[in-house]
Design a protein around this ligand. Structure first.
Ligand code: NAP
Length: 245
């Protein structure tokens, strides 16, 4: 089918996305901090699905090394797609008094995405083919007192992707924004109570891969978050600012 680079591949959602692509016979390049863990995942996917897999080291704040993700092509063939998945929710309370924590949220969720996504755009742009996808969040769509640090970094990402999509629009490179609702991963463990609004990574991954393949630019996963966010965005600011969300 092709090969996809998954950045932040140890994330709960990224692992499930890797399975969804492997099931469709895509070769996988898995990039992340924990390369030992990724080698196990890569070996498992190769055996279970009969696809080629490779592992690359990725650290969000090691900007000078990001270009290596695109220079060291495995199997001597070009990548077809890039999905960027790493993320850090951080502590809203801590970020309010510590610029170090605030910067970490911004750097992991936004600045490092700028670096990787620009490199991906340049790489795929030269080949005039492929897709770039980034995992954003519905948290980007309204600043809430409980997580506006994370939400604002994701909002910057959403705007960046919109501009990048426009920049690439006359090429054959597609830029895809995924607006994720709440997903049951280590990011939300102990923070969100399981319930009907909390999706499994497997369900989310299938929707993400289908969304990319369907050619959509921006989509919500699960889809019902479109309606929830429509309601939340319609609340007037003079009322919203008093809401404990
Ligand atoms: N879960 C949700 O409810 C939800 C909702 C909306 C959007 N999202 C977004 O979806 C994406 C995946 O989320 P998830 O819930 O699957 O995440 P997760 O399971 O908590 O995993 C986070 C991932 O980010 C990586 N990471 C964190 N800091 C890093 C750094 N400095 N350098 C390199 N990698 C780093 C982690 O690597 P290690 O394994 O090495 O720690 C891990 O792979 C994120 O962008 C997240 O913001 C998630």
């Amino acid at each position: 089918m092709g090969s996809v680079l998954i950045v932040g591949a140890t994330s709960g959602i990224a692992r499930a996305i890797a399975v969804s692509f492997a099931r469709r016979k895509w070769d996988l390049v898995l990039a992340g901090r924990d390369t030992a863990d990724l080698k196990c995942l890569a070996a498992d996917l190769a055996i279970r699905f009969g696809v080629r897999t490779a592992v690359r080291a990725f650290e969000a704040d090691a900007y000078e090394s990001h270009h290596l993700l695109f220079e060291d092509e495995p199997w001597g063939v070009s990548l077809t797609g890039v999905i960027v998945c790493h993320g850090y929710m951080g502590s809203q309370n801590e970020a309010e008094s510590s610029i170090k924590e605030a910067r970490k949220v911004i750097d992991v969720n936004y600045s490092s995405y700028v670096s990787v996504l620009h490199l991906a755009a340049s790489y795929l742009g030269e080949r005039d083919a492929g897709f770039i996808c980034a995992l954003a969040s519905v948290a980007a769509l309204r600043g809430r007192q409980s997580n506006y640090m994370y939400g604002s970094a994701k909002a910057a990402l959403v705007t960046f992707l919109q501009g990048l999509r426009s920049r690439m629009a006359r090429s054959q490179v597609r830029v895809v924004t995924v607006l994720l609702g709440v997903v049951d991963t280590k990011m939300t463990y102990g923070v969100v109570r399981p319930g009907p609004l909390v999706a499994t990574p497997e369900r989310v991954a299938e929707r993400v891969v289908r969304g990319i393949q369907s050619g959509r630019d921006v989509f919500y996963v699960p889809g019902f978050w479109y309606w929830i966010m429509l309601g939340i965005r319609m609340i007037p600011e003079r009322v919203f600012k008093y809401m404990r969300l």
